[in-house]
Design a protein around this ligand. Structure first.
Ligand code: TXA
Ligand code: MG
Length: 325
């Protein structure tokens, strides 16, 4: 299949993306966080295809994207007042809430769980697209499972070109890492940190929700947390000091840092916006390692540390560079 590149600045292309989704095709859509791989919420066959083309395990549920806050009532039920207050403050935007799933939402969306994850993305073009589809869309990040999330249309083509109908290209995502996921059914807890922080949430609910870090062994609230994630093929190594880099690695590796570090390292800027792009770039350049300098600003950033820890914990998928041990 040829994957179409549609231009989000053209109304005709938005309409084309909407009609493909209505027909049951998969379309990658821009959001402020990362690109998502969308299907119509009522289309179980298309949703099944999402799992297939991503290589996603079936017990990892999807996020539902609504065009407007009031549409959340169509996909979730018994929504607590605290959820409305959070949506009033943070929607549209990068906050996903886990709510009770409405009976009309196919169980496959939530991998059979009684809950559903919902958010309202902020780009107007994304909301306009969802409105034209006529119902909410489900959309996990548009990467192959285990790969870094896509923050440009090129990243989506790299992973899924040839297996999906189209990519709606709106340029680079403004945030660059995935939404904060907050559980509000039962224990209130952040199950995936993002740019909406525990402090931000505390301003609305009056207390800081804990961040629940899960491991492969445990029974996590967000099933996605137990899987390998956000990992380039190049090994990611977290360091406290540049002295930890062996001199023989200076040329063949890359150092990500939030401030310039000078010679002799190949250094690149570390930020939410650049993280996944730099991971993919290191793979293209066949670097032997990605060193990430954990300065206090990085350590204090829960969202960034979460992605870095997961990437560093992952074994490289393939020994593409021949010399990795
Ligand atoms: O920023 C984002 O959230 C992006 C854009 C496209 O919206 N989407 C995204 O989706 O990152 P995905 O599928 O890559 O990650 C969704 C996370 C997974 O960790 C999943 O396990 C969790 O949310 N999740 C989804 N539904 C859930 C549910 N009902 N209960 C618990 N966790 C859920
Ligand atoms: Mg993902």
């Amino acid at each position: 299949m040829t994957t179409l590149r549609l231009d989000a600045s053209k109304p005709d292309d938005i309409e084309r993306a909407a009609s493909l989704l209505r027909e049951g095709k998969l379309v990658a859509i821009p959001t402020e966080t990362v690109y998502g791989l969308a299907a119509r919420i009522g289309d179980e066959r298309a949703i099944e295809q999402i799992f297939q083309v991503k290589g996603r395990p079936h017990d990892n549920p999807l996020i539902v994207h609504c065009a407007r806050i009031e549409d959340i009532e169509r996909v979730a039920t018994r929504i607590p007042p605290i959820a409305w207050r959070l949506f009033e403050r943070f929607a549209p935007g990068p906050l996903t809430l886990i709510l009770e799933r409405a009976a009309t939402v196919p169980a496959v969306v939530s991998a059979g769980l009684p809950t559903v994850a919902v958010r309202v993305p902020s780009p107007t073009v994304t909301c306009a697209l969802i409105e034209r589809v006529g119902e909410a869309v489900v959309a996990p990040s548009a990467n192959r499972s285990g790969r870094p999330s896509p923050t440009t249309a090129e990243h989506v083509f790299e992973d899924l070109g040839g297996s999906i109908a189209a990519v709606l290209d709106a340029g680079r995502c403004s945030i660059g890492i995935e939404s904060t996921v907050l559980n509000v059914v039962g224990t209130i807890a952040i199950v995936r940190p993002g740019v909406v922080t525990a402090d931000d949430i505390a301003e609305v609910i009056g207390f800081q929700p804990p961040i629940v870090e899960a491991s492969v062994q445990s029974q996590p609230i967000a099933p996605g947390m137990k899987y390998r994630h956000y990992a380039p093929a190049t090994p990611v190594i977290l360091i406290e000091s540049l002295d930890e880099i062996p001199p023989e690695m200076y040329c063949d590796s890359v150092v990500l840092a939030t401030k310039p570090i000078g010679q002799p390292w190949v250094a690149r800027l570390l930020s939410h916006q650049t993280l996944y792009d730099e991971f993919r770039r290191a793979d293209h350049e066949q670097r032997r390692a990605i060193y990430v300098l954990l300065t206090p600003d990085v350590r204090g950033d829960d969202a960034l540390m979460n992605r870095l820890r997961k990437a560093a914990a992952s074994a490289p998928t393939t020994d593409t560079h021949g010399s990795n041990q």
